[in-house]
Design a protein around this ligand. Structure first.
Ligand code: HEC
Length: 493
């Protein structure tokens, strides 16, 4: 059976029709989409014309005052004088369809409706959360894990469906698939046995609509909701090399993978286009794991390769203030120890404070004062691939990292940072501050950042050092020495 919603104007064949077999997906706007799903959920519904070629129904003859019995058998009522609004009665419910605005409003009873009233109703934008079936199924089946408002979190660490970034990463067909098949390896069950296809589509549409729900105004919970929306949510643990100090999930497990292609300057290196801005060359590829012991306390282990001294960094961090809790700032303190040669010599102890503040909903600023006790100069020692790093004199340094992030799309942000070493920088050969800028993409629990930087190191003690000492080129820390790099973050649990 096929249904066509041609009067909606936005009806079009679904490009992703695997979840709409035999159907036509309608609408770019959520409202249209939900209406389409409702209709799929109610197969006996006919708005205008079935496309079954055996029984063509000439739409043009259906006019107000025309074939009244056909209209009433279809449950369609026209409003005299209105060219944009019509009423549809279905199972005791009257739907007010505004064709111009492509909205549908639900009326509780099918008893005769004064046309004036209907038009007034129809002119209100239909809030998408009014899909009764989807909302009902969600309340009955999903809220235990996803929260009454779909905000997620809790013991299940479910995603926040009201977060635009989460929504952007979850197109409707992805939601339908997850609901139908569940998510292997997580607590998210498969519903294909207990919910019909129509119910799955309805609840998926409801999940998608949660991104549009306006927060209630006033009241404590409303205030909190506004807070939630306002505080910026960093996508990654790093801007580029500078930490964002973001709060991790309790028992969350995170993987950080950084690459720095320090040996070929991106813009001035030989054949830089042929080498894809240096991406062809050797990279310093560091790898780390982070674990949220609580939602405020996390530990991490991180290692950089032999080319940069083979340090292992062990860290503990405490996130003691958060804008989500109504604080004016986010603040995290971190203590770490790193030792080169796989934690055998050249130990440095670091104390950091990460302070950040949301500027707008789409941007945040970061300040990271860092004390590094017994820091070491950033050099490559020839022939050190096999051996222990030579012992280097330790120097106490203090740097003040500063950075910012700005969302340019719901899931894409620009990042920039600068890390001047204010105390004893020149003792370590740091003459110009390390800096970086890049573009960051988030995909639910992943983040990917591609950027350009003058800093080869990604550990706390090494990130303030520059390419100038590292490759022995005094101009290596100027813009001509910028090189490419990328970061990958993945939340595993
Ligand atoms: C038993 C708990 C539980 C119930 C009940 C449950 N979910 Fe989930 N759901 C989860 C968890 C846990 C995740 C997060 C999976 C992960 O780590 O990515 C999740 C994730 C999701 C996602 C996002 C998938 C993704 O790609 O991350 C969607 C969409 C979703 N659930 C929809 C639903 C809907 C709709 C229902 C009700 C029909 C439902 N869930 C019921 C636990 C549950």
């Amino acid at each position: 059976m096929r249904w066509r919603f041609s009067t909606l104007g936005s009806g079009r064949p679904s490009a992703k029709s695997q979840y709409h077999q035999g159907g036509w997906q309608c609408g770019f706007a959520n409202v249209g989409l939900i209406m389409g799903l409702w209709m799929l959920a109610t197969p006996t519904w006919s708005l205008v014309a079935a496309t079954d070629p055996a029984t063509p129904i000439p739409v043009a003859t259906e006019r107000s005052g025309g074939n009244v019995s056909l209209a009433s058998s279809l449950g369609v009522r026209f409003i005299p004088g209105s060219s944009t609004t019509l009423l549809i009665d279905r199972n005791g419910t009257t739907f007010v369809v505004d064709l111009a605005r492509q909205t549908i409003q639900v009326r509780a009873s099918s008893s005769a409706t004064a046309p004036g009233q209907a038009i007034q109703l129809a002119s209100m934008h239909s809030p998408p959360q009014e899909a009764p079936s989807g909302a009902k199924i969600f309340a009955a089946r999903c809220t235990a894990c996803h929260g009454p408002e779909g905000k997620g979190g809790g013991a299940m660490k479910t995603p926040d469906f009201t977060n635009p970034a989460v929504q952007a990463a979850l197109p409707l067909d992805a939601v339908i698939k997850v609901v139908r098949e569940g998510k292997p390896g997580t607590a998210m069950p498969a519903w294909r046995e207990s919910l019909s296809d129509e119910e799955i589509k309805a609840v998926a549409a409801f999940v998608r609509s949660l991104g549009q729900v306006k927060k209630p105004e006033g009241g404590t919970s409303g205030g909190e909701a506004m807070q939630l929306v306002k505080a910026y949510e960093p996508a990654d643990d790093y801007l580029f090399s500078l930490p964002t100090g973001r709060r991790l999930d309790r028992h969350g497990f995170y993987l950080n993978f950084t690459h720095r292609f320090v040996y070929t300057p991106a813009f001035t290196g030989p054949g830089n286009l042929n080498t894809m801005f240096g991406l062809d060359d050797f990279s310093i590829s560091s790898f780390g794991l982070r674990y949220g012991v609580t939602d405020k306390f996390y530990v991490s282990a991180y290692r950089s390769p032999s080319l940069i001294g083979r340090p292992i960094e062990l860290m503990a961090a405490y996130h003691f203030a958060d804008e989500h809790d109504g604080n004016p700032l986010n603040a995290t303190v971190r203590a770490s120890v790193d030792g080169q040669s796989d934690f055998r010599n050249n130990f440095t102890t670091n104390l950091e404070m990460i302070v950040s503040r949301t500027v707008t909903r789409h941007s945040q600023l970061y300040f990271v004062p860092t004390l590094s006790l017994q820091n070491r100069e950033l050099i490559t020692k020839p022939g050190t691939l096999a051996s222990t790093q030579p012992n280097l004199p330790g120097i106490n340094t203090f740097s003040l990292g500063a950075g910012g992030v700005l969302d340019i799309r719901p899931t894409v942000a620009l990042v920039a940072e600068v890390i001047p070493t204010l105390v004893n920088g020149s003792e370590l050969g740091i003459h110009r501050p390390a800096y970086a800028f890049g573009i960051q993409k988030r995909v639910l629990r992943h983040a990917f950042t591609l950027g350009f930087t003058t800093s080869p190191g990604t550990t706390v003690s090494q990130r303030a050092g520059t390419r100038a000492t590292f490759v022995g080129d005094p101009s290596g820390d100027t813009p001509s020495g910028l090189f490419i790099g990328f970061d990958l973050m993945r939340q595993i649990y």
